[in-house]
Design a protein around this ligand. Structure first.
Ligand code: PGA
Length: 243
């Protein structure tokens, strides 16, 4: 089975026209495209094989929450994955508690959450990565009271490795594997019995994709910047098919 590629476009591209060109270039069954909200429906209409992901969700199902989008609304337009807890959303105010509510909201609507966890550069340098991630995981899963049949995804995304961070560089596959193994062991003790899937994100591109995706512990990649370049994403998809 090919590895999973999540194309996280963030607040890009600027126009629907560009979005559709990019969606067609990214169209493969192992891909989930996470475009900005306004492009979801149109992207869905042009892709034949890729799945649809949302970059965020609000945890209330409906009501007087101007600007918010709920998991049930996302489900109704065909979204199958929702990214929760991305470091860029955490930076804009999402606490671990908010992330927990979003994770629960996605699962309640039958949408697979992609929970992002990762340590900051300071935590990394201070050798505190494991502790930081433990806290994020502990709180994120704390509101779940029943097992779900869906398989949530945990994306290990060290914040310092995200391509738009100052002096960013991709993590080493060795450390990514170590951290994913750590997360797996931790989750086997704290979570309700549930299957989980583990992916890596942070400066994945056409050149380094193979070094991550060939690792059996890394079941896919969350790709930001490189998913905006047609040639890059095509090569990453080809790589995903080799493993
Ligand atoms: P990047 O982004 O691939 O540009 O580092 C990954 C992410 O932020 O999800």
């Amino acid at each position: 089975m090919p590895k999973l590629i999540i194309a996280n476009w963030k607040e890009n591209p600027v126009t629907l026209k560009e979005a559709l060109v990019l969606a067609e270039a990214s169209d493969a069954p192992c891909v989930a495209i996470a475009p900005p909200f306004p492009f979801l429906g149109a992207v869905r209409a042009v892709v034949k094989e890729a799945n649809l992901a949302a970059q965020d969700v609000f945890y209330e199902e409906k009501g007087a929450f101007t600007g918010a989008v709920s998991a049930s609304q996302l489900a109704s337009v065909g979204v199958t994955y929702i990214i929760v807890g991305h470091s860029e959303r955490r930076r804009l105010g999402d606490t671990d508690e908010i992330v927990a509510k979003k994770l629960r909201a996605a699962l309640a609507q039958g949408i697979i959450p992609i929970l992002c966890v990762g340590e900051s550069r300071e935590e990394h340098k201070a050798g505190k990565a494991e502790g930081a991630i433990r806290k994020q995981l502990d709180v994120a899963f704390s509101l779940l009271t029943k097992p779900y049949t869906l398989i949530p995804i945990i994306a290990y995304e060290p914040v310092w490795a995200i391509s738009t961070e100052p002096n960013a560089e991709a993590d080493t596959p060795k450390n990514a594997v170590y951290m994913i193994q750590y997360i797996k062991t931790f989750m086997s003790h704290v979570a309700l019995p549930m299957l989980l899937k583990y992916i890596y994100g942070g400066s994945v591109n056409a050149k380094n994709a193979e070094s991550f995706l060939k690792e059996k512990e890394i079941e896919g990649a969350l790709v930001g910047g490189a998913s905006l370049k047609q040639e890059e994403i095509k090569k990453i998809i080809e790589t995903a098919y080799r493993y």
